[in-house]
Design a binder for this molecule. Structure first.
Ligand code: AMP
Length: 376
């Protein structure tokens, strides 16, 4: 769905959500508060969003009967993870469903090569990259990117999965150069990949932004952006997001301007998360974008009147976007694996908003909840 073919939902209408993880759960909670009814399609009966679903279609993402039920039930369909099969969105569209953000942002964000080409086509900067389909390509690519470099699968990578580094100290301690290259290729499963120069960034920031639907079809679609947080990772997984980010205003404005260009180019409807590397000279490179609400935007539920989740629901429902002003400084931390067992300590800490995802099993690296500390 694009901003030009959107229709406006009414309270009690149904929002379909592909995916039942924590993002689906938080989207559904926002939808419920706005009087909408979430219909969730997720194969896992006990997924985090199940409890928030007015209707839970338990089916695989490519199950045509399940998708047909969703298409018939929902006034608009959105998704909470970017690895939704393209065929599922095509099937929903064929069945007459309106899907937002549409198939185009999804297909670009699903493929790291397409994503970088898209960013560059808009004049944005990215790390140097090279498409790798074979061991020979990998060798040729290393001549282009230099080392250290990072090899990532083109598709289906997230939270640092499906990627490996080449030419860093730790890689080479006990391997010859040839062995290191072979090892990296095996690490990504010898799959179509992209090789990127490892950028010596100062910090990472992200822009969480929304594009909605014009009140009259002819006007420009509204765009609203939150203050970009600084993001810190541990083991490739987002650990902490801090606002305000300690970067000059000009950097923030550049990041917002690039995000604006991307949203317009995609005729986007919904919330997007765009990740940037900030270099020592305060220039920016885009790492990736997610066509959905984003982990680095979770602080908005504590520090803004309208959270990213409500903002996304408003956008896909064709409703006016909310105010993105931040009323507090904030620091969001993910509770990963057994960190969640400290939930009582967080509850006992003043000015902390606790969000637990209700996942029944704790696993290392699994996002179990998050906490946001706010300060005046
Ligand atoms: P990604 O899955 O692409 O978001 O990568 C996960 C994390 O790895 C990023 O948030 C960065 O911290 C790091 N990373 C990824 N690509 C690069 C790169 N080209 N240069 C430096 N660090 C990177």
């Amino acid at each position: 769905m694009t901003a030009s073919d959107a229709t406006i939902l009414n309270p009690n209408d149904r929002i379909g959500i592909l995916g039942g993880g924590q993002l689906g759960r938080m989207l559904a909670m926002a939808a419920i508060r706005l009087g909408l009814r979430p219909v969730i399609l997720c194969p896992d009966e006990n997924c985090p969003a199940a409890i928030t679903a007015d209707q839970h279609i338990i089916a695989d993402y490519e199950d045509e009967a399940g998708l047909a039920t969703l298409a018939a039930a929902a006034n608009v369909v959105t998704y909470e993870f970017e690895n939704v099969p393209a065929a599922s969105v095509a099937c929903l569209t064929r069945l007459g469903a309106r899907v937002a953000p549409g198939a185009t942002p999804l297909s670009i964000a699903q493929d790291r090569l397409k994503e970088k080409e898209f960013v560059r086509s808009l004049g944005g900067k990215t790390p140097e990259f090279y498409a790798v389909d074979s061991l020979e390509d990998l060798r040729a690519g290393l001549a282009v990117t230099g080392t250290p470099a990072i090899l990532k699968t083109r598709r289906l990578g997230y939270d640092g999965k499906g990627q490996t580094r080449i030419g860093t100290d730790t890689d080479n301690l006990d391997r010859t150069w040839d062995a290191a290259i072979n090892h990296a290729w095996a690490e990504v499963g010898a799959r179509p990949s992209i090789l990127e120069a490892l950028v010596p960034f100062q910090c990472e920031i992200s822009v969480i932004a929304a594009r909605g639907v014009a009140p009259d079809a002819t006007g420009p679609a509204p765009i609203a952006m939150y203050d970009p947080p600084k993001n810190d990772h541990r083991n490739g997984i987002l650990w902490r997001s801090t606002v305000p980010a300690p970067v000059p205003l000009a950097v923030i404005n550049d990041a917002k301007a690039m995000t604006h260009t991307m949203l317009e180019a995609l005729d986007y409807v919904g919330v997007v998360g765009v990740e940037f590397f900030v270099l020592a000279d305060n220039t920016l490179m885009i790492n990736e974008f997610a066509p959905r609400v984003h982990n680095s935007g979770h602080w908005t539920e504590a520090a803004c009147t309208i959270s990213q989740f409500e903002q996304h629901i408003r956008a896909v429902a064709g409703w006016p976007l909310g105010d993105t002003t931040r009323h507090s400084d904030a620091r969001m931390e993910n509770l990963i694996g057994d960190e969640v067992t400290a939930w009582q300590n967080h509850l006992a800490t003043p000015n902390v908003l606790v969000n637990l995802y209700g996942k029944q099993q704790i696993r290392p690296g699994r996002k179990m909840g998050h906490v946001t500390m706010v300060s005046a």
